[in-house]
Design a protein around this ligand. Sequence first.
Ligand SMILES: Cc1cc2nc3c(=O)[nH]c(=O)nc-3n(C[C@H](O)[C@H](O)[C@H](O)COP(=O)(O)OP(=O)(O)OC[C@H]3O[C@@H](n4cnc5c(N)ncnc54)[C@H](O)[C@@H]3O)c2cc1C
Length: 446
Amino acid sequence: MHPTDLTPFSPPGTDEYAAACAAFQLAAPVDPAGAFTARSVGDVVRAVATARRAGLPLRVHTTGHGMGRAAPVAGALLLRPLIDAPVRVDPVARTARIPAGKRWSDVLPAAVAHGLTAAHGSSATVGAVGYLLNGGISFYGRRFGVAANLVRSITLVTAAGEVVVASAAAHPDLFWALRGGGGGFGVVVEVEVALVPMHRVVTGMAVWDAAGAATAGPAWQRWAETAPREVTTSLRLLNVPPLPTVPPALAGRRILVLDGAVAAETPADVERAEKVTAEMLAALPEPEFSTWAPAGPETLPLTHMDPAEPIPFRSDTLLLRSLPEAGWAALLDAAGRSELLSVELRQLGGAFAEPAPDGGAFQRVGAPLLYWACGLPGERTEADLAAVRAALAPYATGFTAPTFADHFGQPQRTYDEAARARVERVRRDVDPGGLFAGDVAAIRDR
Ligand SMILES: Cc1cc2nc3c(=O)[nH]c(=O)nc-3n(C[C@H](O)[C@H](O)[C@H](O)COP(=O)(O)OP(=O)(O)OC[C@H]3O[C@@H](n4cnc5c(N)ncnc54)[C@H](O)[C@@H]3O)c2cc1C
């Protein structure tokens, strides 16, 4: 091969290059030296060999939801594994084999058909592999913990071009590091994950005018701290754009929204889930309206109203201790002055907080609250995010949940010193030449 022959990667300006570079996060430049969509494990092996021979770094993405998290891709080769194989559910073992490139929207119908579901996040357009490799914070998380703890095996192509299946039984150190270790271990081509029984979920949203947040926010936190673990919620201040697609009652308004899920794993659990929902709403001021009601688990990804189409955004995140009165006042003041589209607190605790003996590098979140906010890219958003961060800084734990870190420039810290050293040791063993070094997310220790 000629040293500049980058086959099977396509050069800039071609349709193949554009298709392989397509990313949900439009604010991050996607300008690699060549790009390739791999449809098979053989394609991935070929791509790894080319990158190694050309001496170019190899980067991996599937949907590009987290495109801003790792270093810019300029100068690297970009591989997009969209493996041409179906999601395979084993209803007896309660597992799903998910080929790289599948989104949660590809997994859910196959699982729900058997009375099962996956510990997916708020959006069904997120890629299952990228979510699970980075931990995964689900609306089922207070019941089942960090989603990566449900992973049973991971098949990847290493920098040496070998196909390796990592599990508790084989390559256990690599299996540990892959689950939340921050990327840069190889190209994952399949993940096997445990599914959970789910008959119905009680889900929906309760809406208040943002002016009610000073009362509703602290009341939600008081309820959240002792809530049963089958419920996981999100409280958001939303700046609703005045768009024709938005219901007129909400368009152009600042509102407070409570959404999430109460899990009803069996038919016998539905009544209790409705009671838990009623108790949650009774602990809060009367909302303008509430749509919380029992529904099929396949509808849960609609609850949070995440955008389905690619958008440019800038965001920030922190894990927080419980907010005292002064913390709520500072948060609501900074958020209220901002033009941020969303300022969110996710309810953690429950199984999120518990150690998982067989878990990976990121297996639990000790903090009770996860903060995430976003806006359109620009100076105003940078200033708004900085103001909210400053308001919350006294309550930050100093750690971050990896899936919510969207920006390479933002310092992140996911694990303690011992875990960080172990992750780096595994990474050196599996990729001694640093072929995938650019894929290491900014979730390094500070
Ligand atoms: C609208 C929206 C809603 C979200 N909701 C949630 C939520 O509720 N809970 C939550 O935890 N997170 C949530 N996220 C964050 C999301 O889970 C992470 O950004 C996740 O990493 C995206 O994975 P992806 O494969 O879709 O994205 P990509 O950008 O394609 O991948 C992200 C990273 O994963 C790695 N990766 C992906 N595929 C492979 C592969 N085949 N082999 C090796 N490495 C790979 C790479 O390091 C890549 O940089 C949300 C994000 C958005 C934009």
